[in-house]
Design a protein around this ligand. Structure first.
Ligand SMILES: Cc1cc2nc3c(=O)[nH]c(=O)nc-3n(C[C@H](O)[C@H](O)[C@H](O)COP(=O)(O)O)c2cc1C
Length: 193
């Protein structure tokens, strides 16, 4: 698929078919993902692919967190809807941002994490477009952050911040394009003349 077509046709998918994703399709998506640029080519991303009961466990953790937080009167935003959307899908990739390299002084660690967050963001967008090019639907998920410490422990990455999760699967819906402000409205152009 042409890049512009993949960009134009990608949507956040929140209803997936039960069909499993063939492993080779997921591998192609991951192989494309790691082609993303990153600061100093540090490639700070780490991925954990959760399928089957592991995927369902993550969605259930999020659903349970939604129930408990709601009972405490906490505003949970889209958490519950996201968890329900995930439950119908075959697979989720959890995206970690690895800790700063040892040569970065401790006082610069926060800044470095911001830089690395940009790199992981680029990787996630690459993942979404690669999935789209292969006819696979995707949902970029930050609601995983409601359960991030529990997930970090569970997946054996206690010290790596979670950036997001991406649920992948075959779409069982065809959403219309969501609105965007035109580029002219969000761009200042200081031309030479
Ligand atoms: C950083 C980030 C976090 C997001 N987190 C969630 C999420 O937790 N749950 C969800 O349903 N959608 C999430 N989305 C999807 C957005 O809601 C979606 O991209 C936006 O509404 C535009 O729709 P579109 O992707 O179909 O163009 C997230 C998107 C981004 C970029």
């Amino acid at each position: 698929m042409d890049t512009f077509k993949a960009i134009a046709t990608r949507r956040s998918i929140r209803r997936f078919t039960k069909d499993p994703l063939p492993r080779e399709v997921v591998e192609r998506i991951l192989a494309a993902t790691v082609q993303a640029p990153s600061a100093k080519n540090y490639q700070p991303w780490r991925f954990v692919v959760l399928e089957g009961e592991h995927h369902d466990r993550l969605a259930t953790m999020m659903l349970e967190a939604a129930t408990s937080l709601k009972a405490q009167g906490v505003n949970i935003g889209s958490l519950e809807g996201t968890a329900r959307a995930m439950l119908g899908a075959p697979l989720t990739v959890v995206v970690f941002n690895t800790a700063p390299p040892p040569e970065v002084p401790a006082e610069a660690h926060d800044d470095w994490h911001w830089v690395m967050a940009q790199s992981t963001g680029g990787a996630i967008q690459t993942m979404l477009l690669a999935a789209q090019a292969l006819g696979v639907g995707s949902l970029w998920i930050c609601d995983i952050l409601y359960v991030s410490s529990a997930v970090r422990e569970w997946l054996g990455h206690p010290h790596d911040p979670i950036v997001a999760a991406v649920t992948l699967g075959y779409a069982d819906e065809a959403p219309k394009p969501r609105p965007r402000r035109p580029w002219q409205e969000v761009t200042e152009w200081w031309s030479a003349d």
